[in-house]
Design a protein around this ligand. Structure first.
Ligand code: URA
Length: 210
């Protein structure tokens, strides 16, 4: 991908996102919409995957037909809200390898601290798609991508549902080589680090917690 930031303005994505933002949308519907949007975002983020051909026999004749080239791609969920995007993308790309990055915020230093890290082997040879619905301050996204690069990944893309200008700027500064694909860029962060107007806490809304 050439662009650092791609906003998927497709009408279906925007319509579904509006329903997700509505605070009266129940958990099950929210989760279903997130799954559907994740597949439309995945369509965009994988648009330029490398292709090769494979010789097959159709019922009529032999042909060299297009197939994806290279190693299976790696999907990395940034816990816990990343799992909401992961499920949908995995339906679309069932052979993808899957990893998880868990980070919490140290309340004294306000820095993200790793509590879980399990990723596929040979990351250096794979397209790596990190998923997290909310790019807010960018602190956890930047830290997760730091860890993925340390583990060998060099071809990374970041998929989110909503982004704040602050998070985009932070990612651009720390990881200018990582393209971001999002459904929308909102106005700003509030004093609690929530995206405005946003949709609230994505993890709580998808898992029905508070
Ligand atoms: N994380 C969320 O779930 N929501 C926000 O608005 C910001 C970060």
């Amino acid at each position: 991908m050439q662009e650092h930031l791609t906003i998927v303005t497709h009408p279906l994505v925007q319509h579904k996102l509006t329903i997700m933002r509505d605070k009266t949308t129940p958990t099950a519907h929210f989760r279903q919409l997130l799954r559907e949007i994740s597949q439309l975002l995945a369509y965009e983020i994988t648009r330029e995957l490398e292709m090769t051909t494979q010789r097959i026999e159709t019922p009529i004749q032999t042909m060299d037909a297009p197939v994806l080239a290279g190693k299976k791609l790696a999907l990395i969920s940034i816990l816990r809200a990343g799992n909401g995007l992961l499920d949908g993308v995995l339906e679309l790309i069932p052979s993808a390898r899957v990893g998880f990055v868990g980070l919490y915020r140290d309340e004294a230093t306000l820095k993200p601290v790793q509590y879980y890290f399990k990723v596929p082997t040979e990351l250096e040879d794979r397209l790596v798609i990190a998923v997290d619905p909310m790019l807010a301050t960018g602190n956890s996204s930047v830290a997760a991508i730091d860890l993925l690069k340390k583990a060998g990944a060099s071809n990374i893309r970041f998929m989110c549902l909503l982004a704040a200008p602050e998070g985009i700027a932070r990612m651009k500064e720390a990881h200018p080589d990582v393209p971001i694909v999002t459904a929308a860029v909102d106005e700003r962060l509030n004093e609690h680090g929530y995206i405005v107007p946003g949709l609230g806490d994505a993890g709580d809304r998808m898992f029905g917690t508070k």
